[in-house]
Design a protein around this ligand. Structure first.
Ligand code: GUN
Ligand code: FE
Length: 435
C-alpha cells in the first residue's frame, strides 16, 4: 500500500449534463491510497490517520492530482511527421502521411517510434489512448509490446485500407479481416491491451472491406472500433460520390455495422443534425480533435451542438497527432476552448478536464477501469504542478477558486506542468526521449 497526497480533482459524472456541483469532486487537501495497482481509497487527507504507519505517503503540496489523461484518437506512426508544413487533409495524407507510414513495414523502425511515442505520452501525463497503427501487423505488435512493458492501458488496431493509397500501404478485404483477427487473438485483453477494429476511413476501404470489417465487428460485439468521420467538406463530397445510395457519411458506417457503442469516430466537424441523432441513437462517440482541425484548416467543431440535449453525443478529447500539434492534453483543451469560442461558446474548465479524462474513457468504453479516481478503478494518475512556469506562478496569485486555477492551467500549461505520472500505481521515471 502507498498513498499520494495533494489537491485532488476527478469527475464522477459529466459536469455538462449533471451540473458542475454534481459532476465534479474536488478536495483541496486529498489523498489517494493505492494498492495492487488500483485505487483502494480516496478522500480528504484526514483519511491518512486511519492508515497504518507503514504506508508510504508521497506529498505533493501546491500540486493537483487528477486521473491520467486519455487521448481517444491518435496516430503513433505520425510522431515523426508532426508539424508537416503547408497542406490540408487529402494532400497532407498523400504528401506526408502515406510516405511516412511506409517505413513501418520495418518492425525495428516501428518499435523505435513506439518507444518515443509512449515516452512522450507519459511525459505529458497521458496514461491511456486509442491508437491507429499502420496497415502492417508488425506495427501493432511493436506498439502493444512497448505498452505492455509500461503496463499502460492501451487500445490500438491495424489500419485497414485497400484503395486510394500507395500500393505498399494497401491490404484487401480478406487480409484486413484475417490480419485483424490474428492480432485480436494475440493481443485483445492480454493484460491492459485492447484491440480496436480500425478502418482508416470510408474512402480508403472498398465495399468488400467494409463488409469484412462489419462481419469481424459482429463477431466481437463488445470490441472498440475507431475511424474518421466528416473531417473536411472535400472528404464528405468524396464519400458521397463513392456511396451515392447512402443519405450521408455516417450512414455508410451504419450500413456496414460499424456504428455502435465503443465506436469512436475522429472529428465529426461537419455533420448534419440527423447524423448527430444517428450517432446518439447508436451509442457511438466522437473524438474531438481541435488542434488537428485548426492545423489542417478542417473547420471548427461545435461541441455545444454535438452535446445538445436531448441527443447529447458522447464526446472525448483527442490530439490526433501528427495532424494535431501537441501531445499535451492541456494544450488540446486550449484548442478546444478556441474552437468553441468561434461558435460563441466559452468551454468551461470543468468541461474541458472532464473531456480529457472521464469523457474520453466513456467514449472508449473503459470508464469502468480508468478516467476517474474511484475505489476499484485502476490507479492511473497525473500530478500537475500548478506553478510550472514563472508566468503561471504569477498568474496563480490572482486566482480565486479551483475553476479559475484549472482554466489557467489549460490555457497556459503544457508538459512542464506534469510533475508525475502514475501507471497502475507505479510512478513513471521522469522520461527524456527514448533512444
Ligand atoms: N483521415 C484519414 N486518415 C487520417 C489521418 O491519418 N489523420 C487525419 N487527421 N485524418 C485522417
Ligand atoms: Fe486521425
Amino acid at each position: 500500500k502507498t498513498a499520494i497526497r495533494g489537491a485532488l480533482l476527478t469527475f464522477r459524472r459529466d459536469p455538462l449534463l449533471a451540473g458542475v456541483e454534481a459532476g465534479m469532486y474536488y478536495e483541496s487537501d486529498g489523498v489517494v491510497v493505492i494498492e495492487a495497482g488500483g485505487v483502494a481509497a480516496v478522500g480528504p487527507a484526514t483519511l491518512l490517520s486511519g492508515l497504518g504507519a507503514d504506508v508510504a505517503v508521497t506529498h505533493y503540496p501546491e500540486h493537483l492530482i487528477l486521473p491520467g489523461f486519455i487521448d481517444c484518437h491518435v496516430h503513433y506512426p505520425q510522431t515523426e511527421m508532426i508539424a508537416a508544413y503547408g497542406e490540408q487533409l487529402i494532400d497532407w495524407l498523400n504528401h506526408y502521411t502515406f510516405v511516412t507510414e511506409q517505413a513501418f513495414a520495418d518492425k525495428s523502425h516501428a518499435a523505435e517510434v513506439a518507444e518515443v511515442f509512449l515516452a512522450e505520452q507519459l511525459r505529458h501525463g497521458v496514461t491511456s489512448s486509442a491508437v491507429f497503427c499502420t496497415v502492417h501487423p508488425d506495427s501493432v505488435d511493436a506498439l502493444f509490446e512497448a505498452a505492455e512493458r509500461r503496463q499502460m492501458r492501451l487500445l490500438a488496431g491495424k489500419v485497414c485500407m485497400d484503395q486510394y493509397a500507395p500500393a505498399e500501404l494497401l491490404d484487401n478485404a480478406e487480409r484486413a479481416y484475417a490480419e485483424s483477427k490474428a492480432l485480436i487473438e494475440r493481443w485483445h485483453r492480454r493484460g491492459r491491451a485492447e484491440y480496436a477494429i480500425t478502418p482508416r476511413f470510408a474512402p480508403t476501404s472498398s465495399v468488400a472491406q467494409l463488409e469484412a470489417l462489419g462481419a469481424l465487428a459482429a463477431e466481437y460485439p463488445d470490441m472498440a472500433i475507431q475511424s474518421h468521420l466528416a473531417e473536411t467538406p472535400g472528404e464528405i463530397a468524396w464519400v458521397k460520390s463513392l456511396h451515392p445510395d447512402c443519405p450521408h457519411y455516417t450512414a455508410v458506417y451504419q450500413r456496414y455495422g460499424l456504428l455502435r457503442p465503443r465506436a469512436v469516430y475522429g472529428h465529426g466537424v461537419h455533420l448534419a443534425d440527423e447524423e448527430l441523432q444517428l450517432l446518439y441513437d447508436s451509442g457511438a462517440s466522437l473524438a474531438h480533435c481541435p488542434s488537428s482541425n485548426a492545423f489542417l484548416g478542417s473547420g471548427r467543431f461545435d461541441l455545444r451542438r454535438a452535446r445538445a440535449v436531448p441527443r447529447p453525443v458522447r464526446v472525448g478529447l483527442a490530439t490526433d497527432l501528427g495532424a494535431g500539434t501537441s501531445f499535451s492534453m492541456l494544450q488540446t483543451m486550449r484548442s478546444a476552448y478556441e474552437a468553441a469560442q468561434t461558435h460563441g461558446v466559452a468551454l468551461s474548465a470543468p468541461q474541458a478536464f472532464y473531456l480529457a479524462t472521464r469523457g474520453s474513457a466513456e467514449a472508449l468504453g473503459i470508464a469502468d477501469k480508468v478516467g476517474s479516481i474511484e475505489v476499484g478503478l485502476e490507479a492511473d494518475l497525473v500530478v500537475l504542478n500548478l506553478r510550472s512556469t514563472p508566468l503561471i506562478d504569477f498568474r496563480m496569485r490572482y486566482v480565486r477558486d479551483i475553476e479559475e486555477a484549472l482554466f489557467v492551467q489549460m490555457i497556459l500549461g503544457d508538459d512542464r506542468a506534469v510533475a508525475a505520472t502514475y501507471v497502475a500505481g507505479q510512478l513513471q521515471p521522469a522520461a527524456g526521449l527514448a533512444g
